[in-house]
Ligand binder design. Structure first.
Ligand code: BES
Ligand code: MN
Ligand code: ZN
Length: 503
């Protein structure tokens, strides 16, 4: 998708479709109360063109509610699309992100190949530059469809997306925000492309190749290791997951080392990269097992975030590690009851081979620390229990350090993503003490997301660390006006904001 930025008066913009935003400013309720949508532009020509539909009472400017007008009088645009941001009092920068996505997804199936999205004309929703960045991100998010392998793809991409900003705006600031939005939107879609790939097309080895290719294109250092390196590093936990597969594991290491930065924090990003999770010998039921191709979404989020970091160049060192493996049942697969020795030296009793994510992450976390990471963040589709706890609305966030997670939480207003902090406590750790070894890989049904987090905590120890459980948000079950069903790319934007908070 080609993107452009325009500061021309809206009426002057030649485009197939001009999208503008509106809010619902009606406060009264009742069956006979007419909605009063208010257009978020002061452009007189646009206001005149939209006047009739806005006063008709037929359009409420509800969240992502869209209405299309053809041949709007007084505009050079062929069509005028009004996209609602919902109630005025609740409209946010994130609503603008979704509105841009809604406009793109409105045009795609109608074979409209170019559109212009007008930013709300003032700062009432949020700072103009923040809205500019969010709108571009939203446009990329909306442009993604998962039908990669369909012979005749239903929707081809929008060719050109123009962001129209008010003429009077600080053009340099808007330009910078716009450029960031392109990088971030493309990076999120890069992660989604990886997550979307089926297990046969994206093995651990191929995931490593994709990451290495991205690294060479963006100037990151990269190394992709396999079985020998796992043995050399004594990564017994990581290896135990991959030993039951014909596909070798991949330990993907991406390094971002900005010039002149030789001290300060080293951020370690560790992602779960299970390219397919059958459960192993503790095999999963057949229903929905096909979904388990997305069990590398945490790893993909790290790869997407590293791409954005490489291009945005924050002044802080970052190491990205993805532990990629396929969890399969086989004659060589690990068995419940087996005891494995992790890289840290801790012994792990395997209770359930389907609790494999924490095993690969345990060694990934230890490895990140051995490479000098001073602060850690991991992302993983780790537990169904987290989905039970938070549904598909919030992802889980855990941390051993308040200051570290507060920095992460501060970035959520910018990323527009929802993470809810969950507790850690010694009593939860007691639930995963093993009788035969140091720790066991499951703690029973209750508090399953938390005992999984405590397992990782045992490897992060006192290094400031955040764990993101994205099991419920990495895959979207139904189409939404602003995003297709399928891989969401969740966490790329929030991880990036966290990294930038250390600049
Ligand atoms: N990859 C799954 C978690 C998952 C579940 C992700 C649903 C996305 C949607 C993970 O490896 C797993 O199987 N977890 C088990 C842990 C249990 C055996 C302690 C689970 O959540 O059931
Ligand atoms: Mn599993
Ligand atoms: Zn898994």
């Amino acid at each position: 998708m080609h993107t452009e930025l325009s500061f021309s008066p809206l009426a002057q913009i030649e485009t197939e479709l001009l999208a503008v935003t509106a809010v619902d400013s009606q406060t009264a309720k009742g069956p006979d109360v007419k909605p009063v949508p208010v257009l978020l532009t002061s452009d007189q020509a646009v206001r005149a063109a939209a006047a009739a539909v806005l006063s008709s009472g037929e359009y409420k400017a509800g969240t992502n509610e869209a209405v299309l007008l053809h041949a709007p009088a007084g505009l050079k645009a062929r069509r005028l699309l009004i996209v609602g941001l919902g109630k005025k009092a609740k409209a946010t920068v994130h609503a603008v992100r979704n509105a841009a996505g809604t406009a793109v997804r409105y045009t795609k199936p109608r074979a409209i190949r170019d559109l212009t999205f007008a930013l709300p004309g003032d700062n009432s929703i949020g700072p103009l530059h923040a809205m500019a960045r969010a709108a571009v991100e939203g446009a990329f998010v909306g442009d993604f469809d998962p039908d990669t392998y369909r012979s005749e793809r239903k929707d081809v991409s929008v060719h050109s997306f123009t962001l129209a900003a008010p003429t009077a705006a600080d053009q340099a600031a808007i330009r910078a925000a716009f450029d960031e939005g392109v990088i971030i939107g493309e990076s999120q879609n890069f992660a989604r492309t990886l997550v979307n790939e089926p297990g046969n097309k994206l093995t651990p080895t191929i995931l490593g190749q994709r990451a290495a290719q991205m690294a060479s294109e963006t100037g990151l250092k990269s190394e992709v290791y396999s079985t020998d390196k796992l043995h050399e590093l004594k990564m017994g936990a990581f290896w135990s997951v991959s030993q039951g597969s014909e596909e070798p594991p991949a330990l993907i290491v991406l390094k971002y080392e900005p010039e002149g930065v030789t001290d300060g924090p080293v951020l370690g990003l560790v992602g779960k990269g299970i390219t397919f999770d059958t459960g192993g010998i503790s095999i999963k039921p057949a229903d929905n097992m096909e979904k388990m191709k997305y069990d590398m979404a945490g790893g993909a989020a790290m790869i997407g975030a590293m791409r954005a970091i490489a291009l945005l160049k924050p002044k802080v060192r970052v190491i990205g590690i993805v532990c990629a493996a396929e969890n399969m049942p086989d004659g060589k697969a690990q068995k419940p009851g087996d005891v494995q020795t992790a890289m840290s030296g801790k012994t792990i009793e395997i209770i359930n081979t389907d609790a494999e994510g924490r095993l690969v992450l345990a060694d990934g976390i230890t490895y990140a620390r051995s490479l000098g990471a001073t602060h850690l963040i991991d992302a993983a589709t780790l537990t169904g229990a987290c989905v039970v706890a938070l549904g598909m609305i919030n992802a889980g966030a855990f941390s051993n350090d308040d200051a570290t997670i507060e920095k992460f939480q501060a970035g959520l207003a910018t990323s527009g993503e929802r993470f809810w902090r969950m507790p850690l406590a010694d009593e939860y750790y007691d639930m995963i003490r093993s009788d035969i070894g140091d720790i066991k890989n499951t703690g029973g049904r209750w508090g399953g997301a938390i005992t999984a987090a405590e397992f990782l905590h045992a490897f992060a120890e006192d290094t400031p660390w955040i764990h993101l459980d994205i099991a419920g948000l990495a895959w979207i079950e139904d189409n939404k006006p602003f995003i297709a069903k399928g891989p969401s790319g969740v966490a790329v934007r929030s991880i990036l904001e966290w990294v930038r908070s250390y600049e």
